[in-house]
Write a protein that binds this ligand. Structure first.
Ligand code: ADP
Ligand code: MG
Length: 416
């Protein structure tokens, strides 16, 4: 059964009804100053349209979201407040904030919420039941969340899942809640699925996938599936070193997942028998240590230890020749999916590979999709605009798991 949409909910009539919306407001924050500041508000901007539609239709909107990984109890360091404040600045509707998730503040603010008003609950992960493995515990939190939608007049509440970035989590605000209220698929989830379905079913060729970032083992899982779909797999970022090690090269002190080397060997081996080709960097920017101001130079990818830094060499970016090679592949592609920065782009000296790849994506005639929280943040911090890409996915892990062909609890619960 296809999931019901927000349009259908609005057609049913939502004026006065309390609608719980699961949004993805998990944005990067800069904690260095006195007050925490949102450094990339992409996810907040992306969350606005659904909230606005519901507000315009007269719903009383209650937003659930998480931020970071607090330990199941209130922790000011993970308060959603900075995100909620940014949302309030951008929103054309009234925004209120609760001091808790299902406590006295949330209950009274939900009860007093005006038609068209939007209330943002505190970080749902302030309650340990949100992420509990125990069904009953999660269920009791979901019950309390659902109760926020009750109204004296008896109007029925509803649930909208607009947090694509969280659909791979079996959490109370994503999964259990959908079994307690009439559930609808938010526009963001819909758009993401449309794009990802295009990638998995009918990509125009050549289809180039660019993978990087730091979560090597997370991302290796997706390669298996992508090998059967993509024409070229370009590998950069931290995972490169597990590939180089699998080829028998010394990677100095670079990021390396020893226990994944055999898996990578298997991939490289089976790629020679499939239509898919791995493209690995031939040069690497190595540094004396992991630091913004570290001494650095370009080394051949097969002999990092022969750089000036010997065995302490850390690879922090793909080299300029590799970046150019990656860009050429991207420029002649008809479909590009990119997940994971090519290097430690947060340090200017190691942002070159990521910048060249991003530029190529903006220059190619092909359809381009950028997935991953840090990848999206990277293109924005390097000065690119969202409109220069075909689609910037708000979900990192979720899009990868979808591409892996896994079943995602949040979608199952919506009856996708
Ligand atoms: P995304 O959020 O886009 O899925 P990840 O979270 O997997 O991406 O990875 C992003 C991080 O990867 C960035 O913070 C970046 O600094 C880091 N990174 C990229 N290349 C390297 C490298 N060679 N060594 C260590 N970290 C790296
Ligand atoms: Mg990340």
């Amino acid at each position: 059964m296809a999931a019901q949409t927000v349009e259908q909910l609005i057609q049913e009539g939502v004026r006065g009804r309390r609608v719980l919306v699961r949004s993805d407001l998990n944005v990067p924050l800069d904690d260095s100053g006195r007050s925490r500041r949102v450094t990339d508000d992409g996810r907040i901007r992306a969350s606005l349209p659904v909230l606005q539609k519901l507000s315009d239709a007269g719903a009383r909107v209650i937003v659930m979201a998480h931020l970071g990984r607090p330990k199941g109890e209130p922790d000011p360091q993970f308060s959603l407040r900075p995100a909620a404040e940014r949302l309030a600045e951008l929103a054309p509707f009234e925004v209120e904030q609760a001091d808790d998730t299902v406590g006295a503040s949330a209950r009274s603010k939900a009860e007093n919420l005006a038609e068209g008003g939007v209330l943002i609950l505190e970080n749902v992960r302030f309650d340990a039941r949100e992420t509990s493995k125990d069904e009953a515990e999660r269920g009791s939190f979901a019950d309390e969340l659902a109760r926020l939608t009750e109204s004296a007049g008896g109007a029925q509440g509803a649930y909208v899942d607009d947090a694509f970035g969280a659909v791979h989590r079996k959490h109370a605000s994503v999964y259990d809640i959908a079994y307690r209220l009439p559930a609808y698929q938010g526009d963001l989830v819909r758009t993401e699925l449309d794009v990802l379905d295009t990638l998995t079913s009918t990509p125009e060729r050549p289809y180039v996938v660019v993978l990087g970032g730091s979560k090597v083992s997370d991302k290796l899982a997706v390669i298996d599936n992508l090998m059967g779909q993509a024409d070229y797999l370009l590998i950069g970022g931290g995972m490169v070193f597990t590939f180089l090690a699998a080829l028998g090269h010394d990677v100095g002190s670079s990021l390396l997942e020893q226990d994944q080397i055999d898996t990578v060997k298997r991939y490289l081996d089976s790629a020679t028998r499939t239509e898919c080709e791995f493209v690995l960097p031939t040069d690497i920017v190595v540094a004396s240590k992991f630091a913004a101001d570290a001494e650095h130079e370009v080394a051949a990818a097969d002999s990092l230890e022969q750089s000036s830094f010997g065995s302490s060499a850390v690879g922090l970016d793909i080299g300029p020749a590799s970046a150019k090679d990656f860009a050429d592949h991207i420029l002649s592609a008809r479909t590009v999916f990119w997940n994971g920065p090519m290097g430690v782009f947060e340090f200017e000296a190691f942002a070159g590979g990521t910048r060249t790849v991003a530029e190529a994506l903006t220059g190619t005639k092909g359809f381009t999709v950028v997935g991953g929280g840090d990848s999206a943040a990277a293109v924005r911090s390097l000065g690119f605009d969202d409109s220069q890409f075909g689609h910037i996915s708000t979900g990192g892990g979720a899009s990868l798991e979808y591409l892996e062909g896994k079943e995602l609890p949040g979608l199952t619960a919506l009856g996708k």
